[in-house]
Design a protein around this ligand. Structure first.
Ligand code: CUA
Length: 319
């Protein structure tokens, strides 16, 4: 009972596809998520019926009059067989069948994305288009997208409540998952496996858009960065070791440890879904990295206010 209600309660505070604060498993936007929601309701109702039965029997046992010890033993045996064997079989068999039916079936996908989980951000490699991005997964609506799931460090779990169940990302092992959205929208995704200090701030967005918009986005992402590499911000980006960890395609920056920043200005959030991508937040993220996300791999780099401004101005041009 507790498990069933907890399962339904998880992520149950969102208000749907266009909301960024978190989606609900009870507002499915894909057939996979619908099966999970249906299974959740079946389990909830079954658990409620069983609980009601247990409490009714308890009440009956308390008020009924006593019988002889021998008669009591015989009756107790019947109850144990009925309640301990028959009832679980009748209740658990359909639930198990529904659970198996709700399992992910691989579908033919036109879009394949390799997802690499890092403490505490998401890397997306669009295999067919040859570019890499981070923390914002764009998918075409009404099309199955095949995700290959890997981890760079510890076990993480990818979960978009409105689009389906969770799948773990395990070091040294590759999992797959099919993601599909049947209506356009922005869906909140999260890491669903405790992975360290900033596990709760390992968020991402899934942006499901009509095919034309998706293709336009892909075309934009494939472009190299178009920004003056001679600006003060670009020079600081190289000197202050940002470039050792981050790639900006089309420049000398080709670090692979942190998110690819080639089109960082086009993303809606910063710091893996933690901050809205605004000029103030970008400065805060660069200047007060560990105040925003303590203990992450990106070290707090000592910068003057002018240096933060210059780097932020440079990144803002990376659309
Ligand atoms: Cu990654 Cu929790």
């Amino acid at each position: 009972m507790v498990a069933a209600t907890a399962a339904l309660g998880l992520g149950g505070c969102g208000t749907g596809g266009s909301d960024r604060s978190g989606g609900s498993v009870l507002e499915p936007a894909s057939s996979a998520a619908e099966e999970v929601a249906d299974l959740g309701w079946v389990m909830f109702i079954a658990a409620a019926v069983v609980s009601a039965g247990v409490f009714a029997l308890l009440a009956w046992g308390l008020v009924r009059r006593r019988r002889s010890a021998e008669e009591s033993d015989r009756r107790a045996e019947r109850w144990i067989i009925a309640g301990g064997v028959v009832l679980p079989v009748v209740v658990l068999t359909p639930v198990a069948a529904l659970g198996i039916a709700a399992l992910d079936e691989p579908a033919e996908s036109a879009v394949r994305v390799e997802v690499v989980a890092h403490q505490y951000w998401w890397e997306y490699r669009y295999l067919d288009s040859g570019f890499t991005t981070a923390n914002e997964l764009h998918i075409p609506v009404d099309q199955p997208v095949e995700l290959t799931l890997r981890s760079d460090d510890v076990i993480h779990s990818l979960w978009v409540p409105e689009l389906g169940g969770k799948t773990d990302l395990i070091p040294g092992h590759t999992n797959t998952m099919t993601l599909e959205a049947r209506r356009p929208g922005t869906y909140q995704g999260k890491c669903a496996e405790y992975c360290g200090l900033q596990h709760a701030k390992m968020l991402f967005l899934v942006i499901a858009e009509p095919e034309g918009d998706f293709e336009a986005w892909v075309a934009d992402q494939r472009r190299a960065a178009e920004t003056p590499t001679t600006s003060r911000g670009a020079a600081l980006f190289r000197q202050k070791s940002c470039a050792a960890c981050h790639t900006v395609r089309g420049t000398e920056a080709d670090g692979r440890l942190g998110p690819d920043l080639t089109h960082v200005a086009s993303r809606r959030t910063l710091a893996a879904g933690v901050l809205e991508n605004t000029p103030e937040n970008l400065r805060r993220w660069i200047g007060e990295t560990w105040e925003v996300k303590h203990g992450i791999t990106m070290p707090p780099v000592p910068l003057t206010e002018q240096e933060v401004d210059a780097i932020a101005e440079y990144l803002e041009e990376l659309e």
